[in-house]
Design a protein around this ligand. Structure first.
Ligand code: HEC
Length: 107
């Protein structure tokens, strides 16, 4: 995916080589299969060994955990998209996704 960052889901990210290398190093060091967090471990374990989903929202564990959230909730002004993890997970930037840091914003 990083080798094709000029075609990232239809967008050219415009990253220079050092930035691209730094992001690739971060992604490699923090990949789910490293099992650094409970969420990473569970996402990795939900995948078949040959699976390589492009989106975290396509992984079986993520789908199972968000199954009960209604379509209208995803579209609420304070959420807008499944990709805005931080709208509901206060620890999204740390990447830990602990239960205690999760809450649905009041609409
Ligand atoms: C609309 C609010 C919302 C958004 C946005 C959202 N989540 Fe969640 N997430 C939840 C809820 C609610 C749960 C708890 C489900 C349960 O416990 O059954 C959850 C659970 C999880 C869990 C499991 C935590 C645990 O220990 O049980 C992970 C991991 C997770 N979300 C990751 C993400 C990621 C990554 C994103 C962004 C791509 C994201 N979520 C976006 C609401 C959201």
């Amino acid at each position: 995916m990083m080798n094709e960052q000029n075609m990232h889901f239809g967008t050219d990210l415009g990253l220079d080589a050092p930035t691209s290398s730094a992001i690739l190093a971060f992604l490699t060091a923090n990949a789910a299969q490293r099992h650094l967090t409970e969420a990473g471990l569970k996402i990795d374990r939900s995948l078949s060994p040959d699976a390589a989903p492009l989106r975290i929202t396509e992984t079986p564990y993520w789908i199972k955990k968000h199954h009960d959230i209604r379509d209208a909730t995803w579209l609420a002004p304070k959420i807008k998209s499944k990709t805005r993890c931080e709208a509901c997970h206060l620890d999204a930037l740390e990447g830990t996704f602990e239960d205690a840091a999760m809450r649905l914003p009041k609409t």
